[in-house]
Design a protein around this ligand. Structure first.
Ligand code: G3H
Ligand code: 13P
Ligand code: ZN
Length: 309
């Protein structure tokens, strides 16, 4: 099966009350861990690549790894640019075979966000790719820039219809209190489901995207802390909240930090227990297996997209 866009995936996910997992990929072990898990539970997948990942691993290497995953799994897979920040970057990814791009104009004023998003949509749609836009700013760490909690701007539901209509976007990321990274909440986790509900009312049937949706699994944080790490106060989005969002209009749930934590915890443990080993295959095998286990649990118990491929 060739790479697919998110069109069909989102339609079924919206109607079925589940969400598709969008997992960030940076190297072979991550691609393998995610796609082996999805194959076992027959889940459709979005593999997303950030500008940083593309710089780290190279566009062609990542595309070829994903093509290999297509052959090995036979699953419907979409390759998506995560947080594209310029028209040129989005164009380059579409030209290089991505079936979906995000243009993140959320830091611009409303009119400029519309102009940039429209420009990307015009190009991508012409080439058969789909586009995700963003309205509202996430709190926390995004692209290595700290946005303090007080600067976090929740999405204004009053703007969503105009934004979607004037840009032509295929999906919309909104800010309801999640944030990127491993430190998402200071106290009790709280998401603005009232905003999601209002957006859903104003855009019936339209797919919504949730960024910053890692749960920061305590087991991995504890393992990191046990084996020489130091991550006090790490906290993520409770799984029950993700299930609730998936049952509503949220069709795409973005997960990166949980993969990083699983991999790092596994490698720290490995070296603590095997201090004299130095073959990368020895410590990357359990790390890949940890990603696979984590993703399988997400697909089945959190996103509910198992059996939907
Ligand atoms: O939202 C950001 C993703 O976690 C990607 O992070 O830019 O460090 O690759 P990155
Ligand atoms: P996390 O940092 O919560 O994994 O979010 C990832 C993300 O939103 C990628 O765009
Ligand atoms: Zn994000």
């Amino acid at each position: 099966m060739p790479l697919v866009t998110t069109k069909e995936m989102f339609k079924k996910a919206y109607e079925g009350g589940y969400a598709i997992g969008a997992f960030n990929v940076n190297n072979m072990e991550i691609v393998q861990g995610i796609t082996e898990a999805a194959k076992e539970v027959k889940a459709p997948l979005i593999l997303q690549v950030s500008a940083g990942a593309r710089k780290y691993a190279n566009h062609t290497y990542l595309m070829k790894l994903i093509e290999a995953a297509l052959i090995e799994t036979g699953l419907p897979i979409c390759v998506h640019l995560d947080h594209g920040d310029t028209y040129e970057l989005c164009k380059s990814c579409v030209d290089g075979g991505f079936t979906s791009v995000m243009i993140d104009g959320s830091h611009y004023p409303f009119e400029e966000n519309i102009r940039l998003t429209r420009q990307v949509c015009d190009y991508a749609h012409e080439k058969g790719a789909v586009v995700e836009g963003e309205l509202g700013k996430l709190a926390g760490i995004e692209d290595a820039v700290n946005v303090s909690d007080k600067d976090a701007a929740f999405t204004d539901p009053g703007q969503v219809e105009e934004f979607v209509k004037r840009t032509g976007v295929d999906s919309l990321a909104i800010a309801i209190g999640t944030s990127h990274g491993a430190f998402k909440f200071k106290g009790e986790p709280r998401l603005r489901f009232d905003i999601l509900e209002e957006v859903q009312k104003r855009l019936p049937g339209f797919p919504i995207v949730l960024h910053g949706a890692s749960s920061v699994i305590p087991e991995f944080v504890e393992m990191i802390n046990k084996f020489g790490g130091n991550m006090p106060g790490a906290q993520g989005v409770p799984e029950a909240m993700l299930r609730k969002a998936a049952a509503m209009a949220v069709c795409k749930i973005n997960i990166d930090s949980d993969l990083r934590l699983a991999m790092t915890a596994s490698i720290r443990k490995y070296f603590a227990e095997n201090p004299s080993h130095f073959d990368p295959r020895q410590y990357l095998s359990p790390a890949r297996a940890a990603i696979k286990e984590l993703v399988k649990n997400k697909l089945v118990n959190v996103l509910g997209c198992d059996g939907k491929a």
